[in-house]
Design a protein around this ligand. Structure first.
Ligand SMILES: [Zn+2]
Ligand SMILES: [Zn+2]
Length: 335
């Protein structure tokens, strides 16, 4: 089908409105008419080809909320008309050990929504039905998009690391991911510390659920405190201070895609059985749990809306860190 897209011809170039042809949905795929799409820092990493895996032209956008408008031959046509969300992953093989075991986000042949595929800054996008998540009743489609990348990224450690409600949790970096991590940690029942480079965000961090806010420079005062540190920052930190802030058996869960090596002292791991983990988004099952949890606890992304024709302005402002806390591009005026 013919679609309208916002695509980049080469690395670091602005997006241009262009017509394109979307492939017909495969047997297990469906087509979403995009209503809203969040802007994630990974879109910028892909636009700039920071990870060396971008094919141009690139149509970014992987925090999609859309309406099902057509389905492949193997998909129940009864889903047409549903509102669904789509994140970083748009397909996996469905038959390997990881897919069958419920961790399809670890499938070796998974397909990412904007890697070799056409993403959500478009009038329409295709994805496998299993990776499109029906929006539950009570979830506002206008600000739900960021849950499907930023949200699930910070929700997954609570499920996968079996975090206890009695845990002391710190979130480093109060941005698109961090402001959702604070809400999840608070609703989970944890004691929540926000750690920021910008104390001007302290009052907002408290409004998102932090019990206390500390500057990154004050981390050394928190030695031995945290059962879980969720690090959303993609720049090098004082890793020894981060590790020292962990309680015995505490975990550093790394989500910021820092490109420099993370330097660790072996004794930071040995002496108190501390560990470092990471995760790539999560499975469809965790996505389903997350959207239900969000509605129950009124967890939502704080977003700034712009029409899709102003997507380059949103990209430039995100490059400067000038957004609280996520841009959502609105598509509904596309003809
Ligand atoms: Zn993302
Ligand atoms: Zn698989």
């Amino acid at each position: 089908m013919n679609i309208t897209t916002w695509q980049s011809r080469e690395a670091c170039a602005p997006l241009e409105r262009q017509k394109a042809v979307l492939h017909a949905p495969a047997t297990d795929e469906l087509v979403l008419q995009v209503l809203h799409c969040g802007l994630c820092h990974s879109d910028i990493s892909m636009l700039d080809n920071h990870w060396g895996m971008t094919s141009f032209p690139l149509i970014p956008g992987h925090e999609v909320v859309g309406r099902v408008v057509s389905v492949g031959a193997g998909v129940d046509p009864g889903v047409i008309g549903q509102l669904r969300g789509l994140g970083w992953i748009s397909g996996s093989c469905s038959h390997c050990c990881q897919c069958l075991g419920g961790t399809g986000n670890l499938c070796s042949s998974l397909e990412a929504t904007i890697v070799g595929r056409s993403g959500g800054f478009a009038s329409h996008v295709t994805a496998k039905q299993d990776w499109t998540i029906p929006l539950p009743k009570g979830m506002d489609p206008a600000d739900a998009g960021p849950l499907f990348c930023a949200g699930i990224t910070v929700f997954s450690p609570f499920i996968d690391e079996a975090i206890s409600p009695t845990a002391h949790v710190a979130v480093i970096g109060i941005g698109g991911l961090g402001h959702l991590a604070l809400q999840f940690a608070r609703a989970w029942g944890c004691e929540v510390t926000a750690i920021t480079t910008n104390l001007a965000k302290a009052n907002e961090a408290i409004s998102f659920g932090a019990h206390q806010v500390k500057s990154i420079d004050q981390l050394a005062d928190q030695a031995g405190r945290f059962d879980l540190v969720i690090n959303t920052v993609n720049k090098p930190l004082n890793w020894s201070a981060v590790m020292a802030s962990l309680a015995p058996r505490g975990k550093l869960h790394q989500l910021g895609a820092v490109l420099d090596p993370i330097h660790l002292n072996a004794f930071d791991l040995i002496m108190a059985r501390r560990s470092i983990t990471g995760s790539p988004t999560s499975s469809p099952a965790s996505l389903l749990k997350m959207v239900e949890f969000c509605v129950r606890h009124n967890i939502r992304a704080q977003v700034e809306h712009l029409p899709i024709d102003r997507v380059n302005e949103a990209i430039e402002r995100l490059r400067r860190g000038d957004v609280r806390y996520r841009f959502v591009l609105d598509m509904h005026e596309i003809k």
